[in-house]
Design a protein around this ligand. Structure first.
Ligand code: BGC
Length: 752
């Protein structure tokens, strides 16, 4: 077995690496830092601009891709377009989605694994690679702005956009999105963090009102944004469709000005989601800086009757009459210019007409997929002596591959994050997998797991069964060395899942061609050994778990997914992903009983108990806990010590050893249990380190935990505070690692 430590090769030590395509290059830009030269240049430009020119810079002109609005110059085909002002050297700005790669058609862009998969890598260097890949392709095509960077927390895992985000923990999500954003902006492309804020489900997304108390929002979702904004320094923050405590997010002064701009020091642009602007004066004065798409189009046209743009002629009028002060319009324009200058776009705007280097993109897509899969189960079958995975090709004489269109390709999530399948949809069956809310069908990339599996085991007889006939598949499986069943859960923007159960023909007829749970159970009842491979965006329920020997979580694995799946199944790559969200045993274990279609108030009644915090506090055993994932090797922890620097910044030191016979990566996680009596959940993630170890190798790890990570939100003082008392630090391989090491430390009180 040849285990390649691809992981260490990302970003930091790029010069030594030859096989990675997108070693980050270019200057690191910092659009939210203050810089006297940039400020002086911005002021000089603003002083020369007419009112019309200023207004021109703060709104889009429709959706070029849909040819709505405009007129657009030839070749403009993204999600928004703001013309430049040539006399002042201000370039035009065109944006494009999205979170998993460039979504513009006929560009041959690379479809990366879904962002949730990226989160499962738990590796900020992989996030930088991911962002860099998107940005390089955008720039090649002439785009200056990327609509990537989804960060809404998995409060409701049935959210149809769970695949676009980074899981349920504010620190993991915040850090990964920060690194993604730095990767994007290092290529002179504006990064956008979205959707601000508390836009945690799709049902009624244009009208729903997230009802949430101050402490909950500050310690959960806003904390993810805070980390991403402060560390990632994005040029843009996109405000969301929903209302927050009765006020639309895009005209919410608390969110946009009090918190984002004043408290966090964000000096970039607040851009509305497409059609999320509802007023001129309220929105402008609350802190919105840019209306998108600015004309009818996108969500605005589809979901808001009689939509009219708010930031073009209406804003001009409002400034003329003084209901929006000229200083506010100047501030909007200054922000835009600041971002353009400090990202390097002003002096080196992207040029249209480049050709994407797809072989380089494929290398990155494969590498990211290989690092994102999570091995959930791997046990010794009753008839054998070794765990079912990795498969050993020269010991296999017959393999049955079943279901999930594994003969044709791999699935992608739907909506504005879908990167087109340029060489044709691998599964062109729009009777199933249709997005009833937004239109469009599922996209499948032609990266067939079956073909890749056949290449790994050329001497084995490998047969494929579609899964529509469970009996036939089970009978074939009974005679094979191993059965590999592929299961899919398709989710898409603008609608939520009814259940985390794998779709079947009875409950979700448009989502599946057969009953997937019944198929897996039928195969498991007869086969000698069964491996289930999941392609999904949200957690799935596994009523058959006890009867299968292996489960591999492959998410939506991108355009190289089939190859990456085979690489992990056959052990050419040792799986190193960890779950970025809890997998519950049943829907009834979720904090929110159901996603209501009639109640427009989304009440965050669970308070601080988001994700694993809920399961920990309620004593509910998850199917698989947050942070969980197996490897083909084993790791042991020892010698934990904890130190504080006197200002409540803590560092945790410990040793991790690879105790197995194969090279592999461990995600060493540090959780903190805060002093009793604070009303805090039992534990929170405060740091981690992904460490790559050769067989037998041990390494001393230090994880720094800044005081902020141990703080709670004081609602009386509207500030973070450190509480005096005993903090217990747990170090281990998941949020529920029963052999985690513990050390405590006493801290004094303090405000941050
Ligand atoms: C989505 C955004 C997306 C925008 C432009 C909206 O419907 O919520 O995430 O960036 O459309 O496509």
């Amino acid at each position: 077995m040849n285990i390649v430590l691809r992981h260490t090769a990302l970003a930091g030590i790029c010069p030594f690496v030859v096989f990675l395509a997108s070693c980050a290059s270019g200057s690191h830009s910092d659009p939210t830092s203050s810089n006297a030269d940039v400020d002086a240049r911005v002021s000089a430009l603003v002083s020369q601009m007419t009112l019309d020119e200023k207004v021109q810079l703060v709104h889009g002109n429709g959706v070029p891709a849909q040819r709505i609005g405009g007129p657009f110059p030839p070749g403009v085909n993204g999600e928004s377009y703001i013309p430049g002002i040539p006399r002042l050297g201000i370039p035009p700005i065109e944006s494009a989605d999205g979170p998993a790669g460039v979504t513009v058609k006929q560009t041959n862009a690379t479809a990366l694994p879904a962002p949730v998969a990226l989160a499962a890598s738990w590796d900020p260097k992989v996030a930088a690679l991911y962002g860099g890949r998107i940005a390089m392709e955008l720039r090649t095509l002439g785009f200056a702005e990327s609509l990537s960077g989804g960060i809404n927390l998995t409060r409701e895992p049935r959210n149809g956009r769970t695949f676009e985000y980074m899981g349920e923990d504010p620190l993991l999500s915040g850090r990964m999105v920060a690194s993604l954003t730095k990767g994007i902006q290092s290529h002179k492309v504006i990064g956008t963090i979205k959707h601000y804020a508390l836009n945690d489900q799709e049902t009624n997304r244009i009208k729903s009102n997230s009802v949430v108390d101050e402490r909950t929002m500050r310690e959960t979702e806003l904390l993810a944004f805070e980390i991403a904004v402060k560390e990632g320094k994005p040029g843009n923050v996109m405000c969301s469709y929903n209302l927050v405590n009765g006020t639309y997010a895009c005209e919410n002064p608390y969110l946009l000005t009090t918190v984002l701009k004043n408290e966090w020091g964000f000096v970039g642009v607040v851009q509305s989601d497409w059609g999320a602007t509802h007023s001129t004066v309220n929105a402008a004065n609350a802190g919105l800086d840019e209306e998108e798409p600015g004309e009818v189009g996108g969500e605005a046209e589809r979901e808001i009757p009689a939509f009219t743009p708010h930031f073009s002629s209406k804003l001009k009028e409002a400034v003329a009459t003084g209901t929006v002060p000229m200083s506010r319009l100047n501030d909007m324009v200054q922000r835009k210019l600041h971002v353009l200058i400090s990202t390097g776009i002003m002096d080196d705007p992207p040029k249209r007409g480049g050709v994407i280097d797809r072989s380089a993109g494929n290398i990155d897509a494969l590498s990211i997929a290989q690092q994102s899969f999570v091995l959930l189960k791997n046990v010794v079958p009753s008839s054998g002596q070794k765990a079912v995975l990795p498969l050993v090709s020269n010991k296999l004489s017959s393999v049955v591959v079943i279901g999930g269109h594994a003969d044709a390709g791999v699935l992608s999530g739907g909506g504005s994050a879908t990167v087109p399948a340029e060489n044709g949809n691998a599964v062109a069956n729009c009777q199933y997998y249709v997005n009833t809310a937004m239109g469009g069908c599922a996209t499948w990339y032609k990266s067939s797991p079956l073909v890749a599996i056949k290449a790994k085991a050329p001497n084995a007889a490998i047969t494929y069964y579609s899964g529509t006939d469970a009996n036939a598949a089970a009978t074939a499986a009974a005679n094979a060395d191993v059965a590999i069943v592929f299961a899919t859960q398709w989710e898409a923007e603008a609608r939520d899942l009814g259940s985390l159960s794998l779709p079947d023909t009875k409950s979700t007829p448009i989502m599946a061609e057969y009953d997937q749970n019944a198929l897996i159970s039928a195969v498991a009842a007869k086969a000698k050994r069964v491996i289930v491979v999941l392609e999904n965006g949200s957690p799935v329920l596994m009523p058959w778990l006890d009867n299968v020997q292996g489960v591999l979580e492959a998410w939506y694995p991108g355009v190289q997914g089939g190859q990456a799946i085979a690489d992990v199944l056959f052990g050419d790559v040792n799986p190193s992903g960890r779950l970025p969200m809890t997998f519950p045993q049943r829907d009834a274990d979720l904090p929110q009983r159901l996603v209501s279609h009639t109640n427009l108030n989304v009440n965050y009644d669970e308070g601080l108990l988001m994700g694993y915090r809920w399961y920990d506090a309620k004593g509910i055993k998850p199917l698989f806990p947050f942070g969980f994932g197996l490897s083909y090797t084993t790791f042991a922890y020892s010698a934990v010590t904890v130190r504080s620097d006197g200002s409540s910044n803590v560092s945790v030191h410990f040793t991790v050893k690879n105790t197995g016979t194969l090279a592999g990566a461990e995600v060493a996680q540090v959780y903190a249990m805060l002093p009793a009596g604070l009303g805090e959940p039992p534990q929170r993630l405060v740091g981690w380190s992904k460490v790559f170890l050769a067989p037998g190798q041990a390494r001393q790890i230090s994880v720094s935990i800044p005081a902020e990570r141990l703080a709670t939100w004081n609602t009386g003082k509207h500030a973070w505070q450190i509480n005096p008392g005993k903090y217990v630090l747990r170090v281990g391989g998941s949020s529920r690692d029963s052999s985690a090491l513990m050390q405590d430390i006493v801290l004094d009180s303090g405000r941050l």
